[in-house]
Design a protein. Structure first.
Length: 533
């Protein structure tokens, strides 16, 4: 039986003794303050486990983190078994003799919060809060309720600076009171929140058990040392793609969404491929297409690790065998030979039967690619560039046409017209099946050394690949797709009229008009629809 005696140090005690009238409280700021054990012990120290109606839950972002950092710690330290708790491994839940329960959960995707829609908890806790999105955190507020007058409804969390949620956590808890200890009142909800700062030096048990811990932190790179040792919230800039949405946040418009259900891509939509090669690192391939609405759709992904190029390039060939790939780009570094007779790009062409272009590596191309991707994720309309003029004059318009020509005439007319609304926002949509890409995008944070660039990290290959894919979509002229889409819609309307009216003369007359309008497209379509008549 492990020693279940737990004595909180001064900072932990301050956090534990916060009144229940403070709805949100965040503990930590630097490494070593004892955040996880504090969150685990709240139901015990506060005596909640004795109440038959108490329900609590503690979240980590992924299940491996949950198991390693929370479940195993709770079991090994006897935090709950020491007071009679019994663990249900299947449900990841402790039940106490009173009937009270303490559960463990993970929220890997924004949509995972929906799994808890029918649940109610008195105590909701987030370990490593900056690893969660703001949407996850705020959504779980709706699950935090008091089920009895003598039970609280509280949200508690612990974290260090950094990670994908750094910016919103800093804004919510730290910026209004950087040293912590000040009760903040939300201007919208009126609910109270507070930040309790803690550092490794505040934990005497850690200092006694591991005297070299501070020295190891001091040996880290500066930005990591400032964050982990000093609790500096201004070292990290936070998440890059803040517009990215897997689900819509409350109050946002219908188009604030990037992840969609898979659907069958029409055969005539142009398909293209981007590849980031690797062996020790990940090799990644993304297939994209442009629809008539001008959007880029990422409809397939494949990743490999420690896999020979003959294997993954052949896999790509097989995946693409029934598709006409109109363009293919591979990472610039594929021009390397790596001791072989052929370069990586040449080997890829040999095995995939696709002829790739090399991605650009001009100075600033990474940053420009990031900016372009941010633009493709944008779902809010951009501000108007100008205010339409008033007092239009036909006399002036005719004079401009006579004196300065058609282009000047059109420019004058346009000055009185409001800008056309952006109807294809966001310009990027991702299929749900592209799970690796979906996991990678929220992990992109700014690089301290190059503040406009994304910091490199293990597993960032899908990010590089989607940069190539977005650049391909932007650089090519996809006007043909829009034109063909318009023609197809008109052909469908003509065929529907034929079905309704049985007027073959009208059918052929309208088809002929379309043929003359866009012969290169319409002739193919007319042949396809002849059987309707």
């Amino acid at each position: 039986m492990p020693d279940i005696t737990w004595k909180p140090h001064k900072r932990q005690t301050a956090f534990l003794e916060l009144p229940d009238s403070i709805f949100e409280a965040m503990y930590g700021g630097a490494a070593g303050g004892g955040k996880s054990e504090t969150l685990l012990n709240i139901p015990i120290v506060r005596g909640f486990y004795k109440h038959p109606r108490f329900k609590g839950i503690l979240f980590r972002r992924t299940y491996p983190e949950l198991e390693a950092e929370i479940i195993l710690r709770a079991e090994s330290q006897g935090i709950y078994s020491g007071v009679g708790g019994v663990y249900n491994k299947e449900k990841k839940r402790w039940q106490f003799p009173s009937g009270a329960t303490m559960s463990f959960g993970h929220l890997e995707y924004d949509s995972d919060v929906r799994k808890y829609d029918s649940a109610e908890y008195n105590y909701v806790a987030f370990d490593e809060l900056t690893s969660f999105t703001e949407y996850m955190y705020l959504y779980m507020f709706s699950r935090c309720r008091s089920s009895a007058k003598d039970l609280p409804a509280i949200v508690r969390s612990g974290t260090n600076p950094g990670n994908i949620g750094h910016a919103w956590v800093r804004s919510r808890f730290v910026e209004p009171a950087s040293e912590g200890g000040k009760i903040l009142i939300d201007k919208t909800t009126g609910l109270k929140r507070i930040f309790i700062q803690s550092k490794a030096q505040d934990n005497p048990y850690l200092m006694e058990n591991d005297p070299q811990y501070i020295s190891r932190l001091q040996g880290m790179a500066e930005k990591d040392r400032r964050a982990k040792l000093d609790g500096d919230w201004y070292t990290f800039a936070g998440q890059v793609f803040t517009d990215y949405r897997e689900v819509r946040y409350p109050g946002e418009p219908e188009n604030a969404l990037h992840v969609i259900d898979d659907f069958k891509i029409p055969s005539w939509w142009p398909k293209f491929l981007a590849v980031d090669w690797g062996f020790a690192a990940m090799a990644c391939a993304l297939w994209g297409t442009i629809g008539p609405d001008g959007r880029l759709y990422v409809y397939r992904e494949r990743t490999w690790k420690q896999t020979k190029i003959s294997v993954w390039a052949s896999d790509i060939a097989r995946e693409s065998q029934d598709e006409e790939i109109v363009d293919c780009v591979i990472c610039q570094s594929a021009k390397q030979q790596r001791g072989d007779e052929l370069t990586i790009a040449q080997q890829f062409e040999q095995y995939s039967k696709l002829t790739p272009r090399l991605s650009g590596n001009l100075a600033g191309s990474r940053v420009s690619g990031k900016l372009l991707l941010q633009e493709y994720f944008r779902w809010s309309p951009k501000p108007n560039r100008f205010i339409p003029q008033e007092n239009f004059s036909n006399e002036t318009a005719e004079k401009i046409l006579r004196m300065r020509g058609l282009d000047a005439y059109k420019e004058y007319l346009a000055a009185f017209q409001p800008e056309a609304p952006e109807l294809n926002l966001p310009k990027l949509r991702i299929f749900k099946s592209c799970e690796v890409l979906r996991k990678t995008i929220p992990l992109c944070v700014y690089d301290e050394k190059s503040k406009e660039d994304v910091a490199e990290f293990d597993g960032d290959d899908p990010y590089d690949t989607i940069r190539y894919l977005t650049r391909m979509a932007e650089d090519r002229n996809w006007e043909r797709v829009k034109n063909e889409g318009a023609i197809r819609e008109q052909v469908a309307e003509v065929c529907a009229d034929l079905e309704k009216n049985k007027d073959q003369t009208s059918f052929y007359r309208k088809m002929r008009a379309l043929e003359l309008k866009k012969a290169s497209i319409a002739i193919r379509l007319i042949r396809r629809f002849r059987h309707v008549a």
